[in-house]
Design a protein around this ligand. Structure first.
Ligand SMILES: Nc1nc2c(c(=O)[nH]1)N[C@H]1C(S)=C(S)[C@@H](COP(=O)(O)OP(=O)(O)OC[C@H]3O[C@@H](n4cnc5c(N)ncnc54)[C@H](O)[C@@H]3O)O[C@H]1N2
Ligand code: MOO
Length: 392
């Protein structure tokens, strides 16, 4: 059996990033840019007022200026300002030819159609956005490797870009195995449990921005599972299976993977929960066999799957590792690393109750996983431990 660190290293070594593609900016949020993006136009394309007020020639600021004409945002008609005149202007509107400065309407007095500037500190060119002051045509707008935040998407839209080259986020198939599973909402028969793994995984994927997710339910039948896995490998970049990876007579994930030419990289990690974790590759496509207990599924998801999915999209691992002080002593046998559901606040990590891997009641409140190393048995209150912050 390999250690947690070895398992993480093997996954990282085997994962390759997906080929870049062009996406409309509406779909590109949270992606990493695969190439530099250059501006096509000067933005703004015209000298633009940044205030509601009056446009004038700075050299005439001490004269009584006659108000002549108006420029509103969106006007399609240019205006030429004659000497001795000022034009009403609004935020976002083009400056009239001849004007070089805008005085705010709060800083003028008006009398008999004439304007007097009351702003001693008015400077030439104020309240005017120069042509290309956001960006010049052909200038670098965003560099390769940048993450497309909501502001970045807005910036690109604002300079007229509609499509960008990005590393795509992987598409994922979730295959849920188990004859005992019943859909929430239906009545439970004898021996049945509600299916929850596809719900927690879909929610976690959606939260990470991965929306192309298929969920397929498979009976505990080798032929059926092999067919479903084969299809899933054709239809998506990554396959997650839950359940069926242990040693029971009805655990078919390993055999089905073998039949689908998935190259096993490892099976079983020195950890609790999630000891029977399976990882393999079919060509460039990762296959994760997540041990079926609901808590094992999520613990393995945050430890291994999410970092791998982000690596494929060239994104930073969203599961941050930090040090925290334990607020309570904890004992465990040596041999396995433990990931405890816990809460983290102000540098302190507190293990929750209900740590068993079939239970999610404590995970539902957890904001971190407390990592207790395989070699250590006793942890004292105040010990420094590594924790994984569950992304929110
Ligand atoms: N003899 C041994 N038995 C087991 C071992 C072992 O080393 N030797 N390991 C145990 C550990 S640890 C785990 S974890 C489980 C993992 O087993 P599987 O991946 O084969 O999972 P299943 O047996 O299919 O399911 C385990 C458990 O989880 C429930 N489950 C499964 N899928 C779902 C779902 N989608 N939603 C809700 N609950 C689900 C299932 O009903 C079982 O109770 O193996 C141990 N056994
Ligand atoms: O690893 Mo299992 O997840 O301990 O129940």
């Amino acid at each position: 059996m390999i250690t947690v660190a070895e398992a993480k290293a093997l996954i990282a070594e085997n994962i390759a990033s997906l080929n870049p593609l062009n996406l409309p900016i509406e779909q590109a949020s949270r992606h990493i840019l695969a190439a530099d993006v250059f501006a096509k136009y000067d933005i703004p394309q015209f000298r633009q007022s940044s205030m509601d007020g009056y446009a004038l020639r700075f050299e005439e600021k001490d004269l009584a200026l006659q108000i002549d004409g108006e420029m509103a945002a969106g006007t399609a008609s240019p205006l030429s300002l004659a000497p001795g005149k000022t034009a009403r202007i609004f935020t976002g509107a083009p400056l009239p030819d001849g004007a070089d400065t805008v005085v705010m309407q709060e800083k003028v007095s008006l009398s008999e159609g004439k304007l007097t500037v009351l702003d001693d500190r008015l400077q030439e060119g104020v309240n005017v956005r120069a042509v290309g002051s956001e960006i010049k045509a052909n200038a670098l707008a965003m560099h390769k490797g940048s993450i497309l935040s909501p502001a970045a998407i807005g910036f690109l839209a604002g300079i007229g870009i509609t499509e960008v080259p990005v590393y795509p986020l992987p598409t994922v198939s979730i295959i849920v195995t188990g004859k005992e599973l019943q859909s929430p909402g239906e009545e439970l028969g004898f021996g049945q449990v509600y299916e929850s793994n596809s719900y927690s995984l879909s929610a976690a994927l959606k939260q990470a921005g991965i929306i192309k997710v298929d969920v397929i339910c498979a009976d505990d039948d080798l032929e059926i599972l092999t067919g479903i896995l084969d299809d899933a490998l054709k239809n998506s970049d990554v396959v997650l299976l839950t359940g069926g990876v242990s040693v029971g007579d009805y655990d078919f994930v390993l055999e089905a993977s073998k039949r689908c030419k998935v190259n096993q990289i490892f099976h079983k990690v020195k950890q609790r929960p999630g000891k029977p974790l399976f990882f393999g590759m079919q060509g460039a496509k990762p296959v994760f066999g997540l041990p079926g207990n609901p808590s094992s599924v999520l613990s393995c998801f945050y430890n291994y799957v999410l970092p791998a999915l982000f690596q494929m999209a060239r994104k930073e691992n969203p599961v941050k590792e930090i040090y925290a002080k334990l607020t309570a002593a904890y004992n465990k046998p040596s041999g396995l690393s433990h990931f405890l559901k816990g809460t983290y606040q102000n540098g302190l990590a507190t293990p929750l109750s209900a740590q068993e891997s079939f239970r999610l009641s404590s995970f539902a409140y957890a904001n971190c996983l407390i990592c207790l190393n395989e070699g250590v048995e006793q942890f004292e209150k105040g010990d420094h431990v590594t924790i994984l912050l569950i992304p929110d």
